[in-house]
Ligand binder design. Structure first.
Ligand code: PEP
Length: 252
């Protein structure tokens, strides 16, 4: 069966020292606990090699927030999937709306990134989601279906390795959360779209996370929905207590 997952996205926050402190604090908080979900922290590239050996791999997985769409070579400033994997990181967020919007990552670029991540043993956390105008025009299903199609060139075996994150762009960092009903409705649509392509078993085993102003006070209601398998957490991942509060939504 699919996994419940709480994944943090630190974005461009925390110096190396601050990031190490946050990872240590979270690791200590979870030391005597048995979370009822997988816990992942996705950090800036420069933190990965320091943070990975600090956390208990049985409790916390570490991931990057991006990787290059090229294998290696003269791409100044880029970081490849192989480099990410060489730090001990196991995950990589791909297709985040901030990358799509500010760095013009197209569906073609994202398809390459996902393939390279998988080729290097990383688990992509692949983000999809509509902007406000698309939601207001009731086009959210169309938009996420088109975004999903960019990973539908994967074999069923490879697709089964990825985690999906539905993140309505209007809810990211805005304090405005999708209602549990809105989240459930579109998560069910995403799952049925996956089932249409890869079959019900692959769809049933696919973890679909919700992201967008998720916090300790609303996580439980969101995660209670049958097709919401956890969260991708931005702002609330920057404080260990808040992040732990969201992890605890699966505990009681
Ligand atoms: C995100 O950017 O992935 C996110 C969900 O951010 P926030 O929780 O801050 O809305």
């Amino acid at each position: 069966m699919r996994k419940n997952i709480v994944a943090g996205n630190w974005k461009m926050n925390k110096t190396l020292q601050e990031g190490i402190a946050l990872a240590k604090e979270l690791n200590e908080m979870l030391a005597n606990e048995k979370p009822n979900c997988d816990v992942i922290i996705c950090t800036p590239f420069i933190h990965l090699a320091s943070v990975t050996p600090l956390v208990d791999p049985a409790k916390i997985g570490v991931g990057a927030e991006n990787c290059a769409d090229k294998e290696s070579g003269a791409y100044t400033g880029e970081v490849s999937a192989a480099m990410v994997a060489s730090t001990g990181a196991k995950y990589v967020i791909l297709g985040h709306s901030e990358r799509r919007a500010y760095y013009h990552e197209t569906v073609e670029i994202l398809e390459e990134k996902v393939k390279l991540a998988l080729a290097h043993g990383l688990t992509p956390i692949f983000c999809i989601g509509e902007v406000l105008e698309e939601r207001e025009a009731n086009k959210q299903n169309e938009v996420v279906a088109a975004q999903l199609a960019s990973v539908f060139s994967l074999s069923a075996e490879d697709f089964s390795k990825i985690i999906l994150a539905y993140e309505p762009v209007w809810a990211i960092g805005t304090g405005k959360t999708a209602t549990p009903e809105q989240a459930q409705e579109i998560h069910a649509f995403i799952r049925s779209t996956v089932a249409g392509k890869y079959g019900q078993e692959v769809a049933d085993n696919c973890s679909i996370l919700y992201g967008g102003s998720c916090k300790p006070s609303n996580a439980k209601e969101l995660f209670a929905k049958p097709d919401v398998d956890g969260g991708l957490i931005g702002g609330a991942a920057l404080k260990a207590a808040d992040f732990k509060g969201i992890i605890d939504a699966f505990n009681n």
